[in-house]
Design a protein around this ligand. Structure first.
Ligand SMILES: [Zn+2]
Length: 84
């Protein structure tokens, strides 16, 4: 059994995501969000020796909560789904 992080394998509850949310490319730095994401708060998080800024967004369309991590040291950050 192989595990492919890039495979499109949404969890069952992600069926509630709207189409623009479902289309967000996750864990890829500088991937775009979509027009109905509303920015909420920022926070700093430690990543080893440095800190990064994580911005919380909420989708006005389906209510999904997203975090966007801006980490120049790691290409595989970016969007992650908090809940939907
Ligand atoms: Zn949405």
């Amino acid at each position: 059994m192989t595990q492919d992080q890039n495979a499109a394998a949404p969890a069952a509850n992600e069926s509630t995501l709207c189409a623009p949310c479902a289309g967000i490319q996750r864990h890829w730095r500088r991937a775009p969000g979509h027009a109905e994401l509303v920015q909420a708060n920022n926070r700093q998080e430690a990543r080893g020796a440095h800190t990064v800024t994580v911005t919380r967004y909420r989708c006005d369309h389906c209510g999904a909560i997203w975090d966007y991590e801006n980490n120049r040291a790691d290409q595989r950050t970016g969007w992650s789904l908090v809940r939907c």
